[in-house]
Design a protein around this ligand. Structure first.
Ligand SMILES: Cc1cc2nc3c(=O)[nH]c(=O)nc-3n(C[C@H](O)[C@H](O)[C@H](O)COP(=O)(O)OP(=O)(O)OC[C@H]3O[C@@H](n4cnc5c(N)ncnc54)[C@H](O)[C@@H]3O)c2cc1C
Length: 441
């Protein structure tokens, strides 16, 4: 493979892909619109930490970064649900296997590790503070000016991809939630310890005003508010902010000394589901493909966006293997294989919002989850909850909804059969009690 490849965006997907392609012998240039974040510091306004699970770790392992990532991660073995009214929080394990955890990892640190890996791969060149704005006549455009010639351009430039936007042949639906997000900080306690249990992803399910918190290595927590955008603006002053938190999140309000400052300073981000069609286009002799959020940004409620973007990169590498390095065939195959999966996780991520903000606090939900874990233990490998399949396996996302429906049908049938058998046994016992087993007249 000697064709020149340009990657737009040195985020999570762009760096992983550059490393994989460099290792195949490709000449890859990665253009990133920001300055080098390892020198200039991380950009504000993105989530500070990410939950990385089985899929992301499997991808990182391919470039030798899994061990390093886990060493700098904090495992979260379950959700800690903080009830309305401030009672004692309850811990809900994510898996029947108590060893299994999702991992809280700093975005900036993960990005830096991936940048280092890409930079040290022969054939890969990183160029910072250069914005790719399109593709024309076999060349990329950098801030509208013709740049280098490229046979292949891989758009890893995020949910609001400029490369995607520059191509007439690519349609794109962007569904924005009414909710936005804002990050706040719970600093370490005065004695340097964590102010909340670091082994959990904390949730304050408050209907439409949900908050979550993930631990950081410096013993702080990053809290994220997921609120309708109008509710952020309604709290238009420090007193209102403090009063709101004391009323609705009383167990954490006292742990946030700079709550009012954070609330005023930190931006409100948007939550969008992106569905681009098609992902691959021949733009005047240059093959362009969308990867990661540029193709399929999803809402963050299953913690899968980055995991899913990493899987895209692995799939492209696999498709190049399977097609003898023929980019046209490999990219067509990549799109065919990945799209059903990304459509599936987009839907599951939206569903999980309702689960996190409403259902996790219900006793019925907890009983159902305990029953699911009991089944997982009894029917190891044959019964798995949706959470287990999404977060702790690499089963293709597209197979999960059908598998869950099948499991539910079998369980429903088994429960009916058990109820029927119990009814028959009960009737027989009643008959026996009434007189020797003959039907009562
Ligand atoms: C609040 C929130 C929480 C999240 N939590 C999780 C989580 O817990 N787990 C998880 O797996 N995912 C999570 N995600 C999703 C995750 O952040 C994304 O799916 C992931 O970052 C996608 O990676 P990417 O490389 O495709 O895009 P990005 O990470 O957005 O990277 C795009 C890169 O391209 C650069 N760029 C943009 N435009 C240009 C241009 N024109 N030219 C050159 N460079 C450009 C950007 O500066 C950036 O470096 C979360 C998202 C949000 C918003």
């Amino acid at each position: 493979m000697t064709e020149r490849v340009v990657i737009a965006g040195a985020g999570l997907a762009g760096c992983l892909l550059a490393t994989l392609l460099g290792r195949r012998g490709a000449e890859v240039t990665v253009y990133e619109r920001r300055p080098d974040p390892r020198v200039a510091g991380a950009e504000r306004g993105r989530s500070i930490n990410l939950a990385v699970s089985a899929r992301g770790l499997a991808a990182l392992e391919q470039v030798g970064l899994k061990k390093q990532a886990l060493e700098r991660a904090l495992p979260m073995h379950g959700r800690m649900v903080h009830p309305v009214g401030g009672g004692a929080p309850n811990f809900q394990p994510y898996s029947a296997d108590r060893e299994r955890a999702i991992n809280s990892i700093g975005r900036a640190e993960l990005n830096a590790a991936l940048l280092d890996a890409a930079e040290s791969t022969p054939g890969v060149t990183l160029r910072f503070s250069r914005r790719v704005t399109g593709v024309e006549d076999g060349r990329i455009l950098l801030d509208g000016e013709p740049g280098e010639r490229a046979r292949v351009v891989l758009a890893c430039d995020g949910a609001y991809s400029a490369v995607r936007g520059s191509l007439d042949g690519i349609g794109c639906d962007q569904d924005f939630l009414e909710h936005g997000y804002k990050e706040l900080t719970v600093p370490p306690r005065a004695d340097g310890g964590f102010a909340l249990d670091p082994d959990a992803l904390h949730i304050w399910p408050r209907g439409t005003l949900m908050m979550i918190a993930l631990p950081n290595l410096d013993r702080s927590f990053t809290c994220t508010l997921f609120w309708p955008k109008g509710d952020f603006t309604a709290l238009d002053g420090p007193r209102k902010v403090r009063a709101h938190f004391e009323a609705h999140y009383p167990d954490v309000a006292g742990l946030m000394p700079d709550l009012e400052g954070d609330f005023a300073r930190n931006p409100v981000g948007s939550l969008v589901t992106v569905r681009a069609r098609p992902w691959v286009q021949d733009a005047g002799g240059t093959l362009v493909a969308l990867v990661g959020d540029a193709a399929h940004a999803i809402v963050p409620f299953f913690g899968q966006g980055a995991n899913c973007a990493f899987e895209d990169c692995i799939e492209i590498d696999r498709c190049l293997d399977g097609t003898g390095g023929r980019w046209d065939r490999a990219l067509a195959l990549y799109q065919e294989r990945r799209r059903p999966n990304t459509d599936a996780i987009a839907g599951m991520a939206l569903d999980n919002f309702v689960e996190m903000r409403d259902r996790v606090s219900s006793p019925l939900f907890r009983a159902r989850q305990a029953a699911q874990h009991a089944l997982e233990r009894r029917l190891a490998g044959r019964y798995m909850s949706r959470y287990e399949l999404v977060s702790f396996t690499t089963v293709p996302y597209a197979e999960i909804p059908a598998r869950i429906r099948r499991q539910n049908l079998i369980l429903g049938a088994a429960a009916s059969a058990a109820a029927l058998a119990a009814g028959t046994a009960l009737r027989a016992a009643v008959r026996a009690a009434r007189g020797g087993g003959r039907p009562a007249r």
